[in-house]
Design a protein around this ligand. Sequence first.
Ligand SMILES: Nc1ncnc2c1ncn2[C@@H]1O[C@H](COP(=O)(O)OP(=O)(O)OP(=O)(O)O)[C@@H](O)[C@H]1O
Length: 249
Amino acid sequence: MPAAALLSVRDLRVVIDGLHILHGVDLDVAPTGVTALLGRNGAGKTTTVKAVMGLVPRTGSVRFAGTELVSLPTHLVVRQGIGYAPEDRGIFAGLTVAENLRLAERDRDAEPAYHLVHELFPELKQRAGQLAGTLSGGQQQMVAIGRTLLNRNRLIIADEPTKGLAPKIVAEVADVLARAAEAVPVLLVEQNLALVRRLAGTCAVLADGRTAHRGDTAELLADEDAARRLLGVGGRRPGPPAVTEEVNP
Ligand SMILES: Nc1ncnc2c1ncn2[C@@H]1O[C@H](COP(=O)(O)OP(=O)(O)OP(=O)(O)O)[C@@H](O)[C@H]1O
């Protein structure tokens, strides 16, 4: 039997300006490793993670480690121990790397885990004094993920961390996510299926604001019909990953 989910989302609904954007999302995030949230462009992935974080009005149930979050404001969701690396990375371009990290320090009663951040991302130590706006996309992503590791988070949510990055950098970010997931479970929104295949044991697939599929990632990606129907791509048998393989819009 699979271990109890760390985060359990049920019948999550979001209405913005009268528009029904989510109509019933169900999602379980495993207590270890990486869980992927998949779907074509516009399926509702970013809205789902924003709803979990309390950044958009939502109804339904969002249970995290036994606590119901659905009526909590964002700062209290964050205090439950959820670190969020948003799609736009949320970096302060005019501040240095060190200042960006310092701003993320949250816990008053625990030392920020700079040793972990610097062990995973030695570059952030070397570039501590560099303005974040002058970092490469991959380095900015390291700052975004590094910030989530600084506090004693129990879950990291990363929204399309490899978007817009060159294949070599995608591979680096994938390594970083794999290492981060050894310390803290990760909910990963991602379009790069090679990366998803490598990292995520389980997944949920959204379509038109609803959950269309939940289950084992390798099984889904090996099932050509299901992968085509849900993600718009041909499934592939296990083999060397094609780094550029992406979900079709
Ligand atoms: N604030 C908003 N106002 C109106 N429509 C919105 C708003 N936010 C999202 N939407 C719409 O809701 C749908 C889901 O958007 P969302 O960003 O969650 O999709 P996504 O799966 O993350 O897409 P992508 O892979 O392209 O990032 C889209 O059609 C989007 O245009």
